[in-house]
Unconditional design. Structure first.
Length: 424
RNA sequence: CGGAGUGUGGUGUAACGGUUAACAUUCUUGAUUUGGGAUCAAGUGACUCCGGGUUCGAAUCCCGGCACUCCGACCA
């Protein structure tokens, strides 16, 4: 499951098509571009399927998160989606009056199940079998799992769906102090994740309401008009305050003044939360401390919605022509474009480059289709692979191939034999 | 869940209550062409979301349902 897909492929074999126009009922820019470029398919409101290109991006994001979670000491597992009603009754979260986003379903024998909207209950219950002693702590476990949420109003393309892939990590600590030591490390890990996926500049650690066990929780908010949240951000200090806790007291505590804060719309691309003993007590996750005393485990939860991250990248990194993927999450490293596959010299040059790039460890989407150049350029710009290598007779006659960064409008000519050194 | 709007080939649009539902694009075939979705020809593709009703006649008007979009509320 954790294998990085670094396959290259010929575009003539790619079954997805690009299209000129977005479906009329799709308003969100992220969904419009991702559908036009053939990354995703909309099944119904708030429910999207990932096509080969989209899945590659999703897997890249997943792998970045996985590496950072492993670095934190997190251990990956995979919890079930079907959930036990009795567990949730113990924490008072089964009743629709308490939690109204459940998808519930029924067994043939009449018993009720829930489709997992989050996994605090099952993982807490599970840990009872593995955490008995103080020597078993701390523990951090995480998963990538489909969450089901019966949102009253799904919207914003893949940024707020009824079914979506989420990374959720749960921490189990012996006490508050140990918890916060870990909690601080997750901040760093999250910051690294957003940098790696290309959202570092526009993403801010944001103070939000903390619940009963901590003064604050922390959200990672990316500035974009496509967001649903409002934050007050200090770009200089690289922190922000969620509107919901934007008070003079909080500002004072964080050492900021209203004048240096800017009100912006943003999207919550991740959050970290101190759960305390909210779940360990009702579900009876206790350990024996040094004195042999039965003590509730102190917990935290840490989430990142992968689709939301992907949608946010598209929202913030695109132009009128299409998507501009950051290098680390691009479906391929290189878009190799042959302007005339019927020309023997161009074809053999492209084949040669295609093989050589792969041997360098680069993944390549090789546009070997027999189409007019304009159509290929438009497709390439729409799909948004950051580096385009264009081979046409005009330049190849002089021994040159063209190298174009998707983000810039300028192309540079590079002698064919120097191209490898240039991109390495 | 409250409010508003929209449902017509794969996609985007058009059609006064009145022929065989039109145009563009996609797709197929052929010709021509090859540095920014070029051109030409032929062809495929629609019970106009579903169910009722009004009418001589409904894509069009009315009722109900469903779906989709937007605004709001909600968002462990």
């Amino acid at each position: 499951m954790a294998i990085i897909d670094n396959h290259s492929m010929r575009q003539s074999a790619l079954f997805t098509k690009t299209r000129r126009e977005a479906p009329k009922d799709e308003v969100a820019k992220n969904a419009q571009l991702l559908i036009r470029a053939g990354f995703i398919h909309k099944d119904m409101t708030g429910v999207y399927s990932y096509l080969p290109l989209g899945l590659k991006v999703l897997k890249k994001i997943e792998q970045i998160i996985r590496e950072e979670m492993n670095e934190l000491g997190g251990q990956e597992l995979f919890l079930a989606s079907l959930q036990n009603k009795e567990l949730w009754e113990k924490t008072n979260r089964w009743d629709d009056a308490a939690v109204d986003i459940w998808f519930k379903t029924e067994l043939k024998n009449g018993a009720f199940l829930g489709l997992g909207m989050t996994h605090e209950e099952p993982i807490t219950n599970l840990m009872r079998e593995h955490i008995r002693s103080i020597k078993d702590l701390p523990v951090a476990a995480y998963q990538f799992q489909t969450k089901f949420r019966n949102e009253l109003r799904a919207k914003s393309g893949i940024m707020r769906g009824r079914e979506f892939l989420m990374k959720d990590l749960y921490s189990f600590s012996k006490n508050e102090q140990s918890h916060f030591e870990f909690y601080e490390k997750t901040k760093t890990a999250y910051t690294k994740i957003y940098q790696r996926v290309g959202l570092g500049e526009s993403t801010f650690l944001t103070f939000a309401s903390g619940g009963i066990f901590a003064p604050y929780s922390h959200e990672f908010q990316t500035i974009t008009d496509a967001g649903e949240d409002v934050i007050y951000v200090s770009r200089e200090k690289r922190i922000a305050i969620n509107k919901e806790v934007y008070t003079p007291e909080v500002m004072k505590e964080l050492g900021v003044i209203a004048e240096e804060l800017e009100e912006v719309k943003s999207v919550e691309v991740g959050n970290i939360f101190t759960l305390g003993t909210r779940f360990s007590e009702p579900l009876e996750l206790f350990y024996n401390d040094e004195k042999g005393e039965r003590t509730p485990v102190f917990m935290g939860s840490y989430g990142i919605g992968l689709g939301r991250v992907m949608g946010t990248i598209v929202e913030t990194m695109s132009d009128e022509k299409g998507i501009i993927w950051p290098a680390e999450v691009s479906p391929f490293n290189i878009h190799l474009i042959s302007l005339d596959p019927k020309d023997e010299v161009i074809r053999s040059t492209c084949d040669e480059l295609y093989n050589a790039f792969q041997q360098m460890g680069k993944s390549v989407l090789y546009d070997d289709r027999d189409l007019r150049p304009g159509e290929k350029f438009n497709d390439a710009d729409l799909i948004g692979i950051p580096l385009q290598i264009i081979v046409g007779s005009k330049n190849l006659t002089n021994g040159m191939v063209e190298m174009k960064e998707r983000a810039k409008n300028m192309a540079t000519l590079v002698p064919k034999e120097k191209i490898f050194a240039t991109i390495a």
